[in-house]
Design a protein around this ligand. Structure first.
Ligand SMILES: Cc1cc2nc3c(=O)[nH]c(=O)nc-3n(C[C@H](O)[C@H](O)[C@H](O)COP(=O)(O)O)c2cc1C
Length: 221
């Protein structure tokens, strides 16, 4: 069985984009391929009490990539659809806003998780892991999840409430990731020390999106 992200699985001729530069989203979409994830394994893992016993923050990562099945399970646990009839998710959200999108930043580039398709859609063909936070260890993880909230999906609330609850919602997704990692023997830590000002532009986010947290995930070093 093949393991790991094969560049050919995800890339069709990535253009040489300077590390410091920002590719336009259309360019990135042309260069990176959409990744269809295998169905998540939703019937395994540790009992929740044992996962809680093992939950912790870990800040050193082996560089080897996550295999596609693990990536699938991770993203589903984070914020996948657990009630297909309503498309509801594994994490709650304030007033059912479902405003958070989970971005996966890898060596190949940036993808956004599409829960309905259970797929990764390309966003940017640049490795921005080192630029997600001031924490240098984040760049060594094979994937840095970045949580971005679309405040337009929280309409009719004061901005203060939108921002507060976007962070709460993302933190709950982060705990899902912590518990999945505890169960799967992976390392992770949620990060608040992120480049909130620079990331939205670097990732080509829409004007209503804010970045709430980042969370590197990988095998423990
Ligand atoms: C909102 C929030 C922001 C955090 N930001 C960072 C961070 O920027 N860098 C970091 O190394 N750890 C960060 N952490 C992880 C905490 O430092 C960690 O949870 C705490 O030390 C307790 O350790 P434990 O998770 O192993 O129980 C953050 C945790 C939370 C809940």
């Amino acid at each position: 069985m093949r393991r790991g992200w094969n560049r050919r699985d995800v890339i069709v001729g990535v253009s040489a984009v300077a590390a410091a530069g920002v590719a336009s989203a259309p360019q990135a979409r042309a260069a990176l391929q959409r990744v269809a994830l295998p169905p998540p394994r939703t019937d395994g893992g540790l009992p929740v009490m044992q996962a809680l016993m093992r939950r912790r923050s870990t800040r050193s990562f082996a560089t080897r990539p996550l295999d596609p099945q693990t990536m699938s399970d991770l993203l589903w646990a984070a914020f996948g659809i657990n009630r297909p009839e309503t498309a509801d998710r594994t994490a709650p959200s304030w007033r059912h806003s479902i405003e958070t999108d989970v971005y996966a930043c890898t060596a190949e580039g940036v993808f956004v998780y599409e829960p309905k398709a259970h797929a990764l859609a390309p966003v940017l063909d640049t490795d921005i892991r080192a630029r997600t936070s001031s924490m240098t260890f984040a760049a060594t993880a094979p994937v840095v999840l970045v949580y971005a909230a679309d405040l337009a999906r929280m309409a009719k609330a004061p901005r203060e409430d939108q921002v507060l609850n976007a962070h709460v919602d993302a933190a709950i997704i982060g705990e899902n990731v912590y518990l999945f990692c505890a169960s799967a023997g992976l390392a992770t830590v949620i990060l608040g020390s992120i480049d909130r000002a620079g990331l939205p532009q670097r990732m080509g986010l829409r004007v209503d999106q804010i970045v709430t947290f980042a969370q590197p995930v990988g095998h423990p070093a």
